[in-house]
Ligand binder design. Sequence first.
Ligand SMILES: Nc1nc2c(ncn2[C@@H]2O[C@H](COP(=O)(O)OP(=O)(O)OP(=O)(O)O)[C@@H](O)[C@H]2O)c(=O)[nH]1
Ligand SMILES: [Mg+2]
Length: 247
Amino acid sequence: MTLEETSQQSVSIIISCLFEEDIIEECICRVSKAMPNAEILIIHGGRDGTLEIAKKMAETNPRIKPYKNENDKGKGHAIQVGIELSSHDIMCQFDADLQFDPEDLPKLFVEIFNDNADLVLGSRFMQESDTSNYSFSFFREIGNNIVNFWISLLCGTRITDVTAGSKAWTLDAIKKIDFKDRKFVYEVEIPLRAHLCGLKIAQVPIGYHNRQGGLSGHGSGLKEVWSVISCSFMILWTATRIRLLKK
Ligand SMILES: Nc1nc2c(ncn2[C@@H]2O[C@H](COP(=O)(O)OP(=O)(O)OP(=O)(O)O)[C@@H](O)[C@H]2O)c(=O)[nH]1
Ligand SMILES: [Mg+2]
């Protein structure tokens, strides 16, 4: 299947969001243009106006399905809810803040439609990845390097980017993966558990930008530093435990 044919397929796109009212409209428009037949599940975990904007757009486009995630426990929880709600067997998660390009979505899905993968990881760290519009902060870069190195070591194969929010999978694969974490650590659980289950994993280069609006789930200033550091430690600990105990 070509990229053009892939972009016309019916798949589910799960967009978890919180405090993204500045950007959600542009995000939905671009996703909808890139994958015109996709179901777009908006899983909103906050009390800000993001959901209302999505609801307004859903009035004229039935493929947009906004949900209020009552008792939202974090991004991983929102994605679990999105998986439950999806009506297609092939789906992806996509961040609302437009750090990733919706136009890259067919590149993720084509690997599944061509039977090259059960799980596809969008990667910001492959040679062809375009990160020219992103300024990596020093501590995030170090954190990413350590986490990617450690997971690659645990899997015995090079995985270039485990934490990117752009990932696609089949329903069968994600059921086998059965990730548990409800915050950000689940991002790493997915590739690690997929590897342990013997699933086919593909990596594709994607573009990456600075946040285009909204508020980071990691907060800002010192809160952000603390969130990224504690997240990285949780990732290393959780991944090692899963690898050793295989559960
Ligand atoms: N439902 C829900 N969505 C969340 C939560 N935290 C983050 N999100 C959404 O998940 C996506 C990724 O979160 P980000 O805050 O961008 O995480 P990040 O990309 O690691 O951090 P930044 O680089 O600072 O943007 C965004 O669409 C967020 O709105 C949460 O607790 N609940
Ligand atoms: Mg982000």
